[in-house]
Design a protein around this ligand. Structure first.
Ligand code: XMP
Length: 473
């Protein structure tokens, strides 16, 4: 049955994912909210890099703190902070309350929604945390408490947060929310401490090393050295440096993009943990027209896989997917996971507001090589070096390799991912594959004509009802 297949696949040498989907490092696709949603649904989000180092590192922190088996370094608040400060902190981290500690991290109490309920909002600016919190003694647990014992304590005392203390000092936090999330998202992509995994893009130019270091300090799991031409010396040097420096050796390093066997081999030789493939297939890309460079994506994936598979390096097929059926095609061609931009840009979790046009809802979607993403227009563009144009100092000298547009609003990622992974389940069922390895082995390509392609899509009918997984392009 399609529902019984296993879609687990290797994202990098050391990280596997239950759904082979990665969200693109684009400023209209992946920030913290999308990365959290992607990891919850068994994939991975790669945070874009068209923002300051501090902002990108903060996004990593948000994802890593969003849920956890045990939070080893909980966000806290001091007793003299105002309730307004507290509200701001809780909003940033999307949490319902915080442990209260003194300067030496001694646990003084806890303050949650429950404590605030009877304090009018107009008083929040003047009231102090110490006057409203629930003070010690609280229900607490020792460091190293078993998960089951922590769950039992939370249930027995009907509390939502269990601070872990070591000699009176706060040393961790376990929350009911995390138990609920674990049940709600059984396929989530998590690290050894039960935190959601997250990727982030870096370049190779200017302060790229500083960016990489800040992201690693914030707890990133996967660094994606993200350029339009991964077969370039500066880019390969960056990969080598990341792989050899003890400070960054903890994270997995992805290199890209390439579209040839030689390009993939160069990245493998530089030591990457996964190779990202795609030069010009993206829905917003104009590289093939502007530069005349690229390789059709199925061929590019197949060529790259020739170098990668022998070396045990997974392949990420990046760009060009229009329908769920394209996921299986990318995997059969040699990819292990796929990166999606346009298919996810319309989700509720992608950055940007809804745009209403002719009674239909859309979200903006633009290439990272578009004028909008590369031009400064009164602000800094941090990602021009993706297209090797960091030295271009005036906006009107930029040579764009992407366009700006909009895609239909598709609702929450949960629904979109369900259709995408559901489509893959169907593909596997048709091919008789129980696992991704079976699919790769059993899947066969059939050469088709333009007439065959026309026949493959709905034809000779006017669509009157929208389908959740099919748009007329
Ligand atoms: P899809 O087809 O999923 O493609 O929308 C997303 C991928 O496209 C790449 N990308 C670009 N390529 N010019 C390009 O040539 C651009 O402006 C551009 N922006 C993104 C990128 O690899 C992304 O994951």
């Amino acid at each position: 049955m399609p529902s019984q297949v296993d879609t687990t696949s290797q994202l990098t040498k050391k990280i596997s994912v239950r759904s082979p989907l990665v969200s693109a490092a684009m400023d209209t696709v992946t920030e913290g909210r999308m990365a959290i949603a992607m990891a919850r649904h068994g994939g991975l989000g790669v945070l874009h890099r068209n923002l300051s180092i501090e902002d990108q590192a903060h996004q990593v922190d948000l994802v890593k703190r969003s849920e956890s088996g045990m939070i080893t370094d909980p966000v806290t608040i001091g007793p003299d902070a105002t309730l307004e400060d507290l509200d701001r902190q809780c909003g940033t981290y999307r949490v319902s309350g915080l442990p209260v500690v003194d300067d030496g991290r001694r646990l003084l109490g806890i303050i949650t929604n429950r404590d605030l309920r009877f304090v009018p909002v107009r008083e929040w600016a003047a009231r102090r945390v110490r006057d409203v919190m629930t003070p010690m003694p609280l229900v607490t647990g020792p460091v190293g408490i078993e998960r089951a014992d922590a769950a039992a304590l939370l249930a027995k005392h009907k509390v939502e947060k269990l601070p872990l203390v070591d000699d009176g000092r706060l040393a961790g936090l376990i929350t009911v929310k995390d138990f609920v999330k674990t049940e709600q998202y059984p396929n989530a992509t998590k690290d050894g401490e039960g935190r959601l995994r997250v990727g982030a893009a870096v370049g190779f130019y200017g302060d790229a090393w500083q960016r990489a270091t800040a992201l690693v300090d914030a707890g990133v799991d996967v660094l994606v050295v993200d350029t339009a031409n991964g077969h370039a010396r500066a880019m390969l040097d960056m990969v080598r440096r990341l792989k050899s420096d003890p400070a960054t050796s903890r994270v997995q390093v992805v290199g890209g993009n390439i579209a040839t066997r030689e390009g993939a081999q160069a990245l493998v030789d530089a030591g990457v943990d996964a190779v990202k493939v795609g030069v010009g297939p993206g829905s917003i890309c104009t590289t093939r027209v502007v530069a005349g460079v690229g390789v059709p994506q199925v061929t590019a994936i197949w060529l790259a896989s020739q170098a990668c598979h022998r070396a045990g390096v997974p392949v990420i097929g990046d760009g060009g997917l229009q329908y769920s059926g394209d996921i299986a095609k990318a995997l059969v061609a040699g990819a292990d996971t796929v990166m999606l931009g346009g298919l996810l840009a319309g989700c509720a979790e992608s950055p940007g507001e809804l745009v209403l046009r002719n009674g239909k809802q859309y979200k903006r979607y633009r290439g990272m090589g578009s004028v909008g993403a590369m031009a400064s227009r009164g602000r800094v563009s941090y990602s021009k070096d993706r297209y090797f144009q960091a030295d271009v100092d005036s906006d009107d000298k930029i040579v764009p390799e992407g366009i700006e547009g909009q895609v239909p609003y598709r609702g929450p990622l949960a629904a979109v991912a369900h259709q995408l992974v559901g489509g893959l389940h169907q593909s596997m069922f048709y091919v008789g594959a129980h696992t991704i390895a079976d699919l790769k082995q059993r899947g066969r390509f059939v050469r088709i004509t333009t007439a065959g392609l026309k026949e493959s899509h709905p034809h000779d009918i006017q669509m009157t009802v929208e389908a959740p997984n099919y748009d007329l392009q």
